[in-house]
Design a protein around this ligand. Structure first.
Ligand SMILES: *[C@@H]1O[C@H](CO)[C@@H](O)[C@H](O)[C@H]1NC(C)=O
Ligand SMILES: *[C@@H]1O[C@H](CO)[C@@H](O)[C@H](O)[C@H]1NC(C)=O
Ligand SMILES: *[C@@H]1O[C@H](CO)[C@@H](O)[C@H](O)[C@H]1NC(C)=O
Ligand SMILES: *[C@@H]1O[C@H](CO)[C@@H](O)[C@H](O)[C@H]1NC(C)=O
Ligand SMILES: *[C@@H]1O[C@H](CO)[C@@H](O)[C@H](O)[C@H]1NC(C)=O
Ligand SMILES: *[C@@H]1O[C@H](CO)[C@@H](O)[C@H](O)[C@H]1NC(C)=O
Ligand SMILES: *[C@@H]1O[C@H](CO)[C@@H](O)[C@H](O)[C@H]1NC(C)=O
Ligand SMILES: *[C@@H]1O[C@H](CO)[C@@H](O)[C@H](O)[C@H]1NC(C)=O
Ligand SMILES: *[C@@H]1O[C@H](CO)[C@@H](O)[C@H](O)[C@H]1NC(C)=O
Length: 888
């Protein structure tokens, strides 16, 4: 017990926070490996408390050594071993320790034929990530190392090298003062070989005689010599050799012979020695003891004379020319007494070449391991050495820096719950694969901060919420490969979900993957033709109008120029162009059957509307490209022009249309609440008809719009028509039956009734839809009139026509300000267009001619101006309001 308190004093000097409850905090851990039970025991001789393995390792099985083994009477921990039949590497984790402090770690291996095989194994022993030594256990073996704790734990690992099942009998760890073994530092450890020798001794000297629990083996050599007096250990704190060791010594039997010391070392490694020597007998005046130390004929040290009762430590670095394992102590010529030696320590210096994994990352990954009870080879250091890197991890192993985890693969691991926080600490991770698990909740925000992340695979989980802008952006600009397929309730485009909360809930699930192009990104920029029109208007224009016109003209020119600059020959835009234009899809301004529309700005500040098109079919991508190439060649002043597309993504960029769509104005949703005059309605109808006519007869092959409705009739700041979304549905025709039916369900009333019979959409289908639009322009009512019977607008108009009441049919908001004849004529055209039988419907060319007639019925020539003046006066120059090329 006195020794224990001495040890306690020592700890005090080292300012180690010792905890009486936790023996490991004292830096004094003793494990009886393979001991059953939980409590451990106190050894009767040494008073050391030995604990079972349980707190230190979870691997391996307990075994008892063969009954005939007699050594068990020496130390009871020899009676059992822990063996590790499973796994290549199995480890003990010792701690908590003081980082940077020096520890002596010792392991003992008494085979005792515990497995009945009679074949003691050979295996590798690691301290942390560095090889400690290869243990050839034989009947008994022992390993000892002194090293600095690089972390708050030390791991001792047994590695199966195919030469038998590793096992261990005892493992202990002792804290040493910094002053001892100064050769040891964070990059070098020392491994003891052949133990320590107590020359002239009769018994092993160990704890508590040696407070550091070193074992000094007695060895007989030459003549034994001893003293009862106190022998001072070497000066300083570096070599606190126990008294019991220093009080005995060996001398050569004759002056001429000297002493030959053969160490039990390793032949081809550099062996270092500490030799301790003190004069134990008082010398007369005519007596001299003087000797030198040699390896072969090489003088290593000397000559020197030991001091009386004062030990000296002689440090012998490995000889420059290795001379085997034998050293010679030879008396000098004028010495009257032979050499004397009290004790010796032999060791090798080991360069710790490998750095363990960064501690924070070890903690993070260990948390994961605890959380999920990962059943793999997850023992020891996660990264180092390379051939023991944990399954599912990849690391950057660097000799001069701690290793870092660069890849974590937890796919197919049956994991659930939230994506764990610990991953946040793997700051160097480049690839994160959590696919095919059952993770729930949102994608954690910290993922964005993993700046090295290049691959994120979240496929086939139950994640919810949506992809953050940053992740989306990174996935779009190609810096992140993002896979989120098969997360049924995860929203996959930025803002889609956010916007959905506020707007109409049409959610188009989009699978965002980069490798499999489930997305088709189209990029369309409209060309606007500036017309020198409205002759006779100028004199009425205000300054504001002139400014607006100038702005519009400049903007349009810039838009065209920009579009050309953006374009490659093939007309393809890059994903990053789209991201930049929309400022990372910042502002949704509308939503429709094909996707969401975002506000965008070109570099020169020209405003655009970007429609993000969704398409969940790999086949669609190819078709879409062909389609986009075709549409790119379509140019007409009443059609938005397709300048290009992005093949890997989805986006359509239109000119920003300050007046939104016709639907906005008919529904009264427009920002300025102006009512369209009849003349303006007529002009809109005519321009839309001209656009359709061009699609049907000006294009080869003809293009069927397929989705003519007020929300696809866009209006620029001068209320000039630009048809949107024409032809796009062609690509979808085959498999986009769902899209068509969505149209039917979402905006019923426009679809050609013949479609139900033929399931084909033709030019005449567009004529039908156009007829419905005409009726809307007249009545201001939606195609399905919102009365109790939900009458179709054709029936609504016809039933009132029979009563001959025009005023009852027309939009009340026009307040009777129209030419009745032209109303009649337009209704006539509309009803012929909406004839149930397509062969009875006129062509768009005919419609154009007829509508022109209507306009000339009363051609005062000033119709645009009253509207335009009102409008331009109240719309702020850069109003963002109500731009939805295909809303509803
Ligand atoms: C075993 O050890 C005991 C005491 O340590 C000794 O008396 C006995 O002879 C030994 N037996 C064998 C077989 O070595
Ligand atoms: C191991 O012990 C057995 C019997 O106990 C003995 O025959 C054998 O020589 C020993 N081997 C070694 C390497 O000491
Ligand atoms: C550590 O010790 C070794 C040998 O004792 C020495 O060569 C090395 O320079 C030391 N390194 C540091 C960083 O002190
Ligand atoms: C040293 O002197 C003592 C007497 O003082 C004598 O007995 C002894 O033999 C001498 N030893 C030697 C080596 O001369
Ligand atoms: C011992 O002999 C060496 C020469 O071999 C000599 O230099 C030294 O002085 C001698 N020492 C004594 C004490 O006589
Ligand atoms: C892990 O990261 C969190 C937050 O970034 C930090 O508070 C914590 O200390 C980190 N843990 C480790 C072991 O580095
Ligand atoms: C690990 O790799 C080292 C060096 O490549 C090799 O010497 C050692 O045998 C390997 N260990 C195992 C268990 O594969
Ligand atoms: C190790 O890390 C250092 C510093 O980060 C770096 O300069 C060096 O290139 C790395 N070495 C290897 C082999 O990665
Ligand atoms: C996934 O987690 C949910 C909710 O925790 C649970 O209902 C479901 O059964 C789990 N599915 C699987 C395959 O583990």
């Amino acid at each position: 017990m006195a020794a224990m308190s001495l040890f306690g004093l020592l700890l005090g000097l080292l300012a180690v926070a010792a905890s009486a409850q936790n023996p490991s905090m004292t830096g004094f851990i003793s494990i009886d490996c393979g001991l059953d039970g939980e409590s451990g025991y106190t050894d009767k001789v040494t008073q050391i408390l030995y604990l079972p393995d349980e707190p230190y390792t979870s691997a391996g099985v307990n075994q008892r050594v063969h009954l005939g083994t007699n050594l068990t009477s020496i130390m009871s921990y020899y009676a059992n071993v822990r063996s590790f039949p499973d796994g290549v590497r199995n480890c003990y984790t010792l701690g908590p320790l003081v980082r940077g402090a020096k520890y002596r770690v010792k392991a003992e291996f008494l085979y005792g034929n515990y497995d009945g095989l009679g074949r003691p194994p050979t295996f590798d022993l690691y301290l942390g990530v560095n090889l400690w030594e290869t243990v050839e256990t034989g009947n008994y073996s022992r390993a000892e190392i002194i090293a600095v704790a690089a972390a708050e734990i030390m791991q001792v690992c047994l590695v199966n090298t195919g030469k038998g099942t590793p096992f261990i009998s005892e493992l202990d760890l002792r804290l040493l003062p910094d002053s001892m073994y100064t050769l040891v530092n964070s990059s070098h450890s020392i491994v003891f070989i052949g133990s320590r020798i107590n020359y002239g001794g009769e018994t092993q000297i160990m704890y508590p005689d040696d407070p550091y629990d070193r074992l000094w083996q007695p060895v007989e050599l030459g003549n034994r010599i001893r003293t009862v007096a106190r022998v001072n250990p070497p000066v300083g704190d570096e070599f606190p050799v126990p008294q019991a060791v220093l009080k005995t010594a060996a001398t050569a039997t004759s002056l001429s012979e000297g002493l030959s010391i053969t160490i039990v070392g390793r032949p081809n490694v550099a062996n270092y020695l500490f030799i301790y020597s003190a004069e134990l007998q008082p010398l007369g005046d005519n007596e001299t003891r003087e000797f030198s130390i040699y390896a072969g004929d090489n003088l290593l040290h000397g000559p020197f004379r030991p001091s009386f009762l004062q030990a000296q430590a002689v440090y012998l670095p490995p000889p420059s020319q290795p001379q085997g394992l034998t050293y010679y102590l030879r008396a000098t010529a004028n010495s009257t007494l032979p050499p004397i030696i009290n004790a010796l320590e032999a060791f090798t210096l080991q360069h710790l070449t490998l750095m363990p994994t960064d501690e924070g990352e070890v903690e993070a990954i260990s948390n994961l391991q605890d959380l999920y009870r990962v059943e793999r080879n997850w023992v020891g250091d996660p990264c180092v050495p390379k051939n023991f890197t944990w399954e599912g991890l990849e690391c950057s192993v660097n000799a001069s820096n701690p290793s870092r985890i660069t890849s974590l693969n937890l796919s197919h691991s049956g994991l659930g719950g939230r994506v764990p926080l610990s991953i946040a600490n793997l700051t160097y991770v480049e690839s994160l694969d959590l696919s095919y698990n059952n993770f729930t909740g949102e994608i954690p925000a910290y993922i964005e901060n993993l700046s090295a992340l290049k691959i994120l695979n979240l496929e086939s989980n139950n994640l919810s919420g949506n992809i953050s802008k940053t992740l989306y952006k990174r996935s779009q600009d190609g810096s992140l490969l993002l896979r989120i397929n098969n997360n049924p309730i995860l929203c996959s485009t930025v803002d889609l979900c956010n916007a959905t909360k506020k707007k109409k809930p049409i959610i188009i699930p989009i699978a965002v993957t980069v490798s499999a192009s489930f997305l088709v990104l189209l990029l369309v920029v409209s060309i606007v033709c500036i017309q020198k029109r409205r002759v006779g208007r100028t004199q009425k224009n205000t300054q504001a109008e002139l400014y607006m016109e100038q702005q519009a003209a400049d903007g349009n020119r810039q838009s065209v120029g920009k579009g050309k600059r953006l374009l490659s020959e093939s007309g393809q835009f890059s994903v990053s162009d789209v991201v930049r234009i929309t400022n990372n899809f910042e502002r949704p301004i509308g939503r429709g059957g094909f996707g969401t529309v975002y506000h965008g700005r070109l570099k020169d500040e020209t405003q655009v509307a970007v429609k993000v098109v969704s398409k969940s079919s790999s086949q669609g991508a190819k078709e879409f490209r062909a389609e986009a190439q075709l549409l790119r060649r379509v140019h007409h002043k009443h059609l938005v022009s397709l300048l290009g597309y992005c093949n890997d993504n989805l986006a359509l960029v239109y000119e920003f249309m300050p007046q939104g769509s016709l639907a906005d104005h008919l529904s009264g949703d427009s920002a300025n609440k102006t009512t369209l005059s009849w003349r303006l309605r007529l002009r809109i109808a005519l321009e839309a008809a001209q656009g359709l006519d061009y699609l049907h007869y000006g294009c080869k092959p003809p293009i069927v719009h397929r989705d003519v409705k007020p929300s696809n009739i866009l209006l620029n700041e001068n209320f000039e028509v630009k048809l949107a979304d024409f032809g796009l549905s062609r690509s979808f025709t085959d498999e986009e039956a769902t899209h068509i039916s969505t149209v039917v369900a979402g905006s019923p009333g426009y679809l050609d009734p013949e479609y139900y019979k033929t399931t084909r959409l033709t030019e005449k289908s567009d004529v039908y839809s156009f007829g419905i639009v005409l009726l809307e322009l007249v009545t201001g009512k939606p195609p399905i009139v919102n009365d109790s019977k939900r009458t179709h607008i054709t029936q609504h108009v016809q039933s009132r026509l029979e009563r001959g009441d025009i005023a009852d049919i027309t939009d009340q908001r026009m307040q009777g300000d129209y030419d009745v004849n032209s109303i009649w004529k337009v209704i006539e055209i509309a009803l012929s267009c909406t004839s149930p039988n397509s062969s009875e419907r006129p062509t768009m060319s005919t419609v154009v001619v007829q509508l022109k007639d209507c306009l000339t019925v009363k051609s005062s020539g000033d119709f645009p101006i009253d509207i335009a003046t009102d409008t331009l006066a109240i719309i702020p120059p850069h109003s963002m309001a109500r731009i939805s090329p295909s809303a509803r």
